[in-house]
Write a new protein. Sequence first.
Length: 168
Amino acid sequence: MEKKLLALVSVVLIIISIVGLAFFASEGGFGGRGLGRGDTFPRSLWLILFIVPLVVVILVVIYAVAFPTIEQKKTETQPDWAPKETEGESTLTAIMRVLNEDERKVVEALAAAEGNTMLQKDIRWKTGLTRVKTHRVLARLVGRGIVSAEKYYSTNKIMLADWLRKER
């Protein structure tokens, strides 16, 4: 839904920008008198009507690329693809072997936390990762079903998946 709304807003702003550019050009652009209709609307305002929506669209696209959304769903049961426990090895230990270094830091911090739950901003400080890096690592872990996230005021509450929590 959010991506569709961003796309719709971007299209509307691009149309407004094109209209602004067309009127700016018909008024003579940076040069002459244009079509000679008189100055009912200053050329500089048409230029602003062209530039501002275009800049907003560019910023929206950059934001959408830089900050992918974290899905806010919570898995209650162990997924079919989740590894089964083998003799002498816990599921959490098996998961830790396939994670990269940053993901491992986050999962270790969650496993050590009380209730296997932490706020996203606390994970950032505990692991020493940047804000964006923490967000991206958590987005990957949520996508893989290793952690779940739910909105908590201006941050996210991150929880180790139920199928990994039961071992504690």
